[in-house]
Design a protein around this ligand. Sequence first.
Ligand code: 13P
Length: 330
Amino acid sequence: MSIPVINTPQDEGYEDPLDLMDEIDELKKEKDASILAHFYVDGDIQDIADFTGDSLKLARDATQVKTSTIVFSGVHFMGESAKIMSPEKRVLIPDMLAGCSLAESCPADQLVAFQEQLRSEGRTFDTVAYINTSAAVKSLCDWIVTSGNAQDIIERVPQDREILFVPDQHLGRYLSEVTGRKMILWPGSCMVHEVFSIQDLIRAKRNTPGSVVIAHPECPQNILEITDFIGGTEKMRRHVMSIDKPTTFLVATESAMIHAFEKSAPQHTFVPVPGIMTSTGETCACNRCPHMARNTLQKVRDCLKNESPEVEWKDYFQKARDVLDRSLLQ
Ligand code: 13P
């Protein structure tokens, strides 16, 4: 998927980022809006946001926002979750097409069919969904987890029940390892974390003595096996902040995260681990999520100005709301 990003003065339609930021500040006041931005969107959007963070913090922040409008700069399921948890707010997202490969890998009808199959085999299980799912899928689940609270939630699932974990097989496998709970895994994966090049990571580690590998648990097992610190985005950020000695970190997660690392822990050097194109074996810049990259300052400005695109409330959001509230707020 190629995303045209207009960001250099040579591009047609270029707009000065500082002018855009001023315009956004004005529009925020005029429209009574707050901006929430995930760590994976461009640094300039993170810098103008009222709230930045990982999926867990932002889902909670969305319930605390004082303004009547939320602009959620991230991907679709994040805006949808904000709407579900704060139905009285207007939730705008800069680009409706900012989806998620994990959410797409688990359509609601396929999940229903699989749950029915397991029940017909006499299995008793709780369905635990990563937050990277559609609201329709959330409404079919017992628990929602983010990388930030997954271990705590899994410990709440009664021991006598099996766990069906959807949709991220790599996160599920990792959680199964750290919690000791056996899981039935849905075969989904994140297009960004799936493609880190193990060869390049090994080479970078060898060529940079003393470097420390940090990786998101959405990475496959072969990457996590040579990782020094595994954690979701906020856990990684806190980890690098906790180390005073200037260190080189090799970063196996979406590369926009480096902006948040550099702001929080400027004493360190952060090197993105490249991805690999499976078709050709060449390394590539696919450690940038094409969906997150759809968020631009122009689109943040436009969605505030046009009050669109907006996440509309749907009937099945209520069931998803019960699961989200129980999992993330209690
Ligand atoms: P966290 O925000 O929980 O680290 O997860 C990252 C992610 O998957 C965003 O889509």
